[in-house]
Design a protein around this ligand. Structure first.
Ligand code: S3P
Length: 170
């Protein structure tokens, strides 16, 4: 297969990290998370990076991290929900692997993320605020993905095996 990696995209709270780890375990692949790479490179967590330096700075670091992935192999990559905002990120990611979009309805996502202090873009926000970001992103995830899975009502294992099936058959 030409594309040896799997890249998970999708809104905050859809389970990219936990599902990605499970897929990596099943397929005996490496796992990386772009948010963790950003946090490690700065020695700070994402909320603190947002607070101290702002979103533009975070996006620059995010793009740098994505560029550094150009040569990875046999890896499942979980990305931050905003990775698709920069088309150059998407270009790099689509060159290294199959892009799988984990999708869920806004209401479900909102319940999961609204009180999560680790998510600076959604913490303490109303559903209307989140809705704007959600629909803008939704179009991008749809445009850029190779495969989409609706995760609502499914366990981590169920979604992971759907990804594994897709990957094995493509
Ligand atoms: C963001 C999502 C976060 C993280 C940062 C910004 C976003 O990752 O990258 O807080 O813009 O949607 P998760 O999608 O893993 O929550």
């Amino acid at each position: 297969m030409k594309k040896s990696n799997i890249v998970l995209i999708g809104f905050m709270g859809v389970g990219k990290t936990s599902i990605g780890k499970k897929v990596a375990q099943i397929l005996n692949m490496e796992f990386i998370d772009t948010d963790l790479l950003i946090e490690k490179s700065l020695g700070m967590n994402a909320p603190d990076i947002f607070k101290k330096y702002g979103e533009v700075f975070f996006r620059e670091k995010e793009s740098r991290v994505v560029n550094g992935l150009a040569n990875i192999k046999n890896t499942v990559v979980a990305t931050g929900g905003g990775i698709v905002l920069n088309p150059i990120n998407v270009k790099v990611l689509s060159n290294i692997g199959k892009i799988v979009w984990l999708n869920a309805p806004l209401e479900l996502i909102y319940e999961r993320i609204k009180s999560d202090i680790n998510r600076p873009l959604s913490y303490n926000k109303s559903i209307e605020d989140i809705m704007n970001i959600y629909f803008k992103r939704h179009k991008l995830y749809k445009e850029y993905c190779d495969f989409c899975i609706d995760v609502s009502g499914k366990s981590i294992e169920t979604v992971a095996f759907q990804i594994v099936d897709y990957y094995k058959n493509c």
